[in-house]
Each structure stands twice: as C-alpha cells, then as structure tokens.
Design a protein around this ligand. Structure first.
Ligand code: AGP
Length: 617
C-alpha cells in the first residue's frame, strides 16, 4: 500500500527520498512522486508507473533541497495516473500533502469548499485545500496548528505528511489507523510508513500513535496530540539491518525468503522451552505473551482472525489448539468479523495473526473483540507494529524482514507460532504432561533440517513448473492439515502467476468442483502419510479417472503408494509430527508458484494490484 518518506536536514534530500521510496516499493504501488520546497515554491514531480518513471522525470529538474516528502501510491480513489499520483497541492501551491489511507468524508470536505475545480480524483487533495485554508485563518503561519485543526475533522484512516512554503525546512505528519514512523539522527529528521525506509539512517525510531501529530525539523522532533498537548509515541529499536533486507545474490526477494525458511523456523522456536529456575522441569515460555496464565486457563472459546496467508496459518492453529488444548476454535476472515454479531466475552481468547501487524482489517477485528472484553493475543512478525502494540499479548515470529509481496517465510513461522500457542494453552490448562510437551517441542526442533531437505527438490520442481506453466487452471486439494496448505498453494500460484487456481477440501470434490476436471487439468494433491492418507488416495483416483494430471505431495512413508496413483510425486522427509507436515508441504508449493511465475516472465516480488501491507479496508 502507499509508502511515505520525508527527510529534512540533508543536502541530498531528494536522493534520500528516492532511496527511501525504493525500500518501500515492496509494499505495492502504481505511481510515485515527491515535492520539495524550492525557493518561493513547492516543486512537485509525479508519475504513474514504476519508480523508474518518476526517477526519469526527476532528471534535469532543479531539485536541490535539504527537505522533501515522497510517496508511492496504491490507487483507491481515482485511477493510477499522473494526475492522481501524490503529492497534491492546494490551488495556491502553498501546501503539499502525501497520504496513506482513505479519507471517508472527503466528499463533504469538498462540498464545503464550494465551486472549486480539483486537479485529481483522489480523496487526498481536499486535505491540502483545508490545511491551506486553516493556515490563512491563523495570525501567524503555523503548519502544525493548521494540520491539527484539519485532522480533527477527518474521518477514516490516514498517515498524512505535509510541507508548506512558509516554513520550508519543516515536515508535519499526522496519523490515525495507518502506520507512521518518525526518527531523528545526526541533525536530520525523518518520517516513513515503515522502518524499511529508515534503517539505512537509524535504528532508533518512534511509531506515532493514533491521533498524534509530529513536527519534524533538522533540530529535532516535537510530538503532540491533535489538541497540541505533548504526547509520547512508541519508541523502539529495530534489530534487523540493511543486509537482511537485501537480495544477497538471489534473483528475487521471494526466492531468498523461501530459502531463509530453515533459519526463520529455527529462530521462531529459539529459547521457548527452558526451565524457569535451576532444577525445575523445562516448560514452554512465551515471555512476550503478557496474558495472565489464570486468565488463559479460564478461556472457553478461541477466535482466530486474520487475512490471506495469515488466515491459512490460523487454520493450522485451529487444529493445534483443538487437538492439544481441547478448546473450540473458530477461524474467521478478519474483514467479516466486526460486521456481524460475534459472541465474544471475557472468556473468549482472540488470536489475531498478521505478518505486518498493520493490516487494518485484522486490527479493526481485534479491537472490536477487545471492546467486548476479550483478551487479544497477536501473532506478528513486525516488532512495534500497531497490532502488536494494541494486543494484550504478542507472540513474535522471528522471520526477519519479508520484502516479497507473497508471504513465504512469515507463513511457516506463523504456523510455528500457532503450534507453540496450542502447546502453551495445553500447558496452562494442564492437558499434557511436561514430558509430552517437551517431546513434541524436541520433534518440532527438527523442522529446520527437514526444510533444508525439501529445498533440495528445487530443481525437480522447476522441471514440473516448466511442464505446467501454461496450464490455465490448477486445483489444489487436501484434507485435515493438508487443506490450509492446499489453500495457501492456490493463493501463492494465483497471486504471482495470475493463473486461475482454487483449493478445495478433497472430500468436497464430489459435491461440485469435480465438474471442472477435464483432460489437461492439473490437480495438486496434499497427501502426506497420516490418518487421512487413504481418503486422499481415493480422491486422487477420482480426479485422475476424469483426465486430470496429478502432482502429489507425499512423505517418505506415503510416496511408494502415491506413485501408483499420481503422475508426479514430490517426496518430503517423514514429518516429526503430523501438524509439522504443514511447514514441510508448504515449501514445494511456494517453489512451484515461484518457478511458474518466473518462467512466465512475471515480477514475483511485486505482483500486479497487490500490496504487502494492506492499510485500507
Ligand atoms: C500473501 O502472500 C499476501 N501477501 C496476503 O494474503 C497477506 O497474507 C495478507 O494481506 C495479510 O497480511 P498480514 O499478514 O500482514 O496481515
């Protein structure tokens, strides 16, 4: 989604803005622009298309300045064109704004201005007009005060960033329900939508809280609430570095991130199982959880709320919690949850899963549950993110920065987070002996080595991708723990290759979807060994009898049988636990999607229409 970067106090501010926008590209965008105060005017350059178009447009422009703001836009209101690209200026060219979010009452705000011709179709432009009007109404120009007066009247979600010609070294930002980070280091002030744009300059950052306004100058930051009272943001240190966010020789971030999965899973499991004091039996410790164990012991229902890939991890979480902790679990698309009447109370645990911690649907659903007194546990990858801050407890996945839009390593670590949560709930409710928990944990510790083995299938998977890259329609089927992985496999293939792909519970095929199968269809069947394996074999036979080619994902124990029924079998090492299979069987599906997409010439890191961080409803 839209990316914002602001810099003040650097001789090469424009270069810094371009570099910052490059770091924000992964969020997804369709145009880019920047504005700098230059003498007596605000000079704006903006272009639809990739960042290169914008950089090309900058060439030859007198853009020397110590201050400026830049933006990558992901279109919501108005097509992705030059005129709708940010920044937007008021008609006198006195104030410029860039924005991430949606101003819901923009029509009303436009109507208040009377018969004015707007230069764009966006919901953002009107904000610059109102700030300019507030500036005119003040005895002495004060951009921060004009912004505060304006944002008090805005409805919707926004991270807004302004510059004005009256005070050309000052940037003012305001935030509500969209992320905004500010920082100050070595005489330079910064703001950005996320830390990826700032880590080249500083790791000590502050996330603004809802309703806060920051004034950013070369000599420091000043943060207030919307009424001008001093306010405290959430300050933290970023622990990953620039190198972790680089491609390190891989062709794409996605491929690099797929190959980082053994490490990511290892890091997420690290130090979770220790004795609290010398001599005591080791127990599972989720130190960041901060939800009282007695409260968790009283829980009689769990809701898992998430979107997209995170939702699929949540489906594995349901199996783990019901199996180990014996608590009923519902998994729900976060964007649906708050628009019905979910039965939630203080005995309901809500688990909100989000890689970014900034997905507005998930944040809103979690906050709806909290309003009804339900404790909220976030499973999240980004330290200091909005969801992590607002939840009662957090289980951080330690996947490191994920730049590719398609979630890969964060998905498998979310599964690990869900397994740990299931075991922990079982522990606090006394459902298993400590030795049983320890045994399962030690078996989970073997996952990183097993993922390494699965990654060795890469060459074989590339050959399969070569063969099936032009298949228009692929169906993924699975049962039990295989179903969420089938769904994730279909999502991965469609989001980066733009080919049609769907997933079904294998047992549902005969109730309708099997009508789609014809000669030339490809069916990917999740068929590791386990209690549903014989049923999967029957379902594979049904689709094969109707002409489908079957690519089966099996395990050492099931592969020999599968070879009789499937056209191709990818054999995974025997899992150390049935639910841990989910982590292993995800990997070949990621690689298959990756190779199909790259063989078709698609940009896997920045798939069309998609954004890494979805900050609008
Ligand atoms: C997955 O590849 C997608 N990028 C998308 O479905 C993503 O998982 C979803 O938007 C949720 O994001 P979150 O985990 O950051 O909340």
């Amino acid at each position: 989604m839209c990316g914002i970067i602001g810099i003040t106090g650097r001789d090469d501010a424009v270069e810094g803005i371009v570099a910052g926008l490059k770091r924000l590209e992964y969020r997804g965008y369709d145009s880019a622009g920047a504005v700098i105060p230059d003498g007596q005017q605000l000079r704006a350059v903006k272009r639809a298309g990739k960042l290169e178009e914008f950089v090309h447009a900058l060439e030859g422009q007198p853009m020397a300045s110590t201050c400026g703001i830049g933006h990558t836009r992901w279109a919501t209101h108005g097509a992705p064109t030059d005129r709708n690209a940010h920044p937007h200026l008021d008609p006198t060219g006195r104030v410029a704004v860039v924005h991430n979010g949606i101003i819901e009452n923009y029509q009303l705000l436009k109507a208040e201005l009377g018969d004015v011709r707007f230069a764009s179709d966006t919901d953002t432009e009107v904000v610059a007009y109102h700030v300019a009007r507030e500036l005119d109404a003040l005895d002495t120009p004060d951009l921060a005060e004009a912004v505060r007066r304006t944002v008090r009247r805005l409805k919707g979600a926004f991270a807004l960033c302004f510059v004005a010609i009256d005070d050309p070294e000052t940037i003012v930002v305001a935030k509500k329900e969209a992320p905004l980070i500010v920082a100050h280091a070595d005489g330079v002030g910064y703001c950005a939508s996320d830390v990826a744009a700032l880590i080249a300059h500083t790791r000590d950052v502050a996330a603004l809280l809802d309703g806060q306004v920051a004034v950013i100058r070369p000599d420091g930051l000043e943060i207030t609430d919307v009424d001008g009272n001093p306010a405290q943001p959430h300050e933290y240190t970023v622990h990953w570095d620039l190198e972790a966010a680089e491609k390190q020789g891989y062709d794409s971030f996605m491929l690099k991130e797929i190959f980082e999965q053994p490490q990511a899973v290892h890091d997420t499991l690290l130090d979770r199982h220790t004795a609290s004091e010398p001599g005591a039996a080791p127990a599972l410790h989720l130190d960041e959880l901060h939800i009282d164990e007695r409260e968790l012991a009283r829980i009689d229902k769990v809701f898992i709320l998430a979107c997209g890939t995170s939702l699929h991890a949540g489906m594995v979480g349901k199996l783990a919690i019901e199996h180990w902790a014996g608590i009923p679990v519902d998994v729900e698309v976060a964007s649906e949850f708050r628009y019905r009447d979910p039965i939630v109370d203080a005995h309901t645990l809500v688990i909100a899963i989000s890689q970014s911690g900034e997905t507005v649907d998930t944040i809103a659903a979690a906050s709806h549950a909290r309003d009804q007194r339900a404790p909220v546990l976030a499973i999240c990858n980004v330290v200091g993110s909005t969801l992590a801050r607002e939840a009662d407890g957090v289980l951080y996945t330690h996947a490191g920065p994920e730049v590719g839009v398609a979630a890969t390593k964060t998905f498998v670590t979310q599964i690990v987070g869900c397994l740990l949560t299931g075991l922990y709930l079982s522990q606090v409710r006394g459902r298993m002996f400590a030795t049983e928990t320890a045994d399962i944990l030690s078996r989970l510790q073997q996952m990183p080595a097993a993922i390494e083995q699965v990654l060795e299938l890469d060459g074989e998977i590339r050959e399969l991708a070569e063969r099936y890259k032009d298949t228009d329609y692929t169906m993924f089927i699975g049962r039990h723990a295989g179903l969420p992985i089938a769904m994730e496999g279909a999502l991965k293939l469609k989001e980066i290759s733009y080919l049609h792909a769907e997933a079904f519970p294998a047992g549902e095929m005969k109730h309708g979807p099997i009508a789609l199968i014809e000669s030339g269809s490809l069916v990917v069947a999740l068929a590791p060994g386990g209690h549903v394996f014989p049923k999967m074999v029957s379902n594979i036979q049904e689709v094969r009898a109707r002409g489908a080619s079957v690519l089966a994902i099996g395990t050492d124990g099931s592969a020999a049988d599968l070879k009789e029924h499937a056209d191709h079998v990818l054999t995974l090492p025997e899992p150390t636990h049935e639910l841990a299979t989910t982590v292993l069987s995800t990997v070949p599906l990621q690689l298959f999607a990756y190779h199909v997409a790259t063989l078709r010439g698609e940009d896997v890191d920045k798939p069309r229409n998609l954004a890494k961080t979805v900050t609008v409803e």
